[in-house]
Design a protein around this ligand. Structure first.
Ligand SMILES: [Zn+2]
Length: 256
């Protein structure tokens, strides 16, 4: 039985409750009353998701740690699945699926068939990654999400100019997307904190300074969560956002 219609009606009065599961690395599932969203799922088990709700599968780019062909098999279990994927991923889709190939700096609006009475409107804006593919701003059921993919302030052991250029690129894309959506209030953001970098938290700091969010899910650290947490703790600019960071595998919104 679906409660999607009822929930969508309730959600119309305010922000919908939201549950986030960190599957692995940059893979997340976001559950809303009227639709479910999956981001960059390449390995690990998804949480049990309602099969009668629309499912939107996002893929930021085709690197192995963001995309695996098993995403296409979700169509076997989820009749209302839609794919919003970088244009490098779309050619891998089997025929007959609902696939939206996206490039940087695009807007997309989808009416998801949550129920006959209450279709969920999903809005997507893409940002250009400074690695490969895109990042996503997503709006659904009064919730705004930001998912970075491999767009980040990449601070490697290399010439300072290249690191500065990476930071500036990231900030420019965030400012551009923010302006396009009239400085949105972001409920949840997914941002790399990669312990391989000489400064793993530069992207987190840049993100919070440029766009901000109620809660931030650090990602892109494979098995090295402790190292990512340590990187936040030892950098005063990042540590001031510690109360907004979610490291748990499962998180649920508390407000209405
Ligand atoms: Zn990656």
């Amino acid at each position: 039985m679906s409660a999607a219609g009822t929930d969508a009606a309730q959600a119309a009065a305010g922000a919908a409750p939201m549950r986030v599961t960190h599957v692995y690395h940059s893979g997340f599932a976001v559950e809303l009353p009227g639709c479910n969203l999956v981001f960059d799922w390449y390995t690990g088990a998804l949480p049990p998701l309602a099969r009668d709700l629309p499912l939107v599968v996002f893929v930021s780019h085709s690197h192995y740690d963001h995309y695996d062909a098993h995403i296409w098999r979700l169509a076997e279990d989820f009749p209302k699945v839609t794919y919003v994927v970088d244009e490098s991923v779309a050619p891998h889709a089997p025929a007959g699926l609902d696939v939206h190939a996206v490039r940087p700096d695009q807007e997309l609006s989808l009416a998801l068939p949550a129920s006959a009475e209450y279709p969920v409107e999903l809005r997507v804006r893409t940002l250009e990654s400074n690695d490969e593919g895109v990042a996503f701003l997503v709006r659904a059921q009064e919730r705004t999400l930001y998912f970075s993919g491999d767009l980040n302030s990449w601070q490697w052991d290399r010439e300072a100019e290249k690191n500065e250029a990476s930071d500036e690129f990231f900030r420019r894309e965030l400012r551009r997307a923010s302006a396009a959506w009239q400085r949105p209030h972001v409920d949840a953001a997914f941002v790399p904190v990669d312990p391989r970098l000489t400064n793993p938290v530069a992207g987190l700091v840049a993100y919070m300074e440029e766009l901000g969010a109620n809660v931030v899910f650090p990602m892109h650290y494979w098995d090295n969560r402790q190292q990512a947490q340590d990187a936040v703790a030892r950098d005063p600019r990042a540590a001031r956002y510690a109360s907004r960071l979610v490291w748990d595998d499962s998180w649920q919104s508390t407000e209405g």
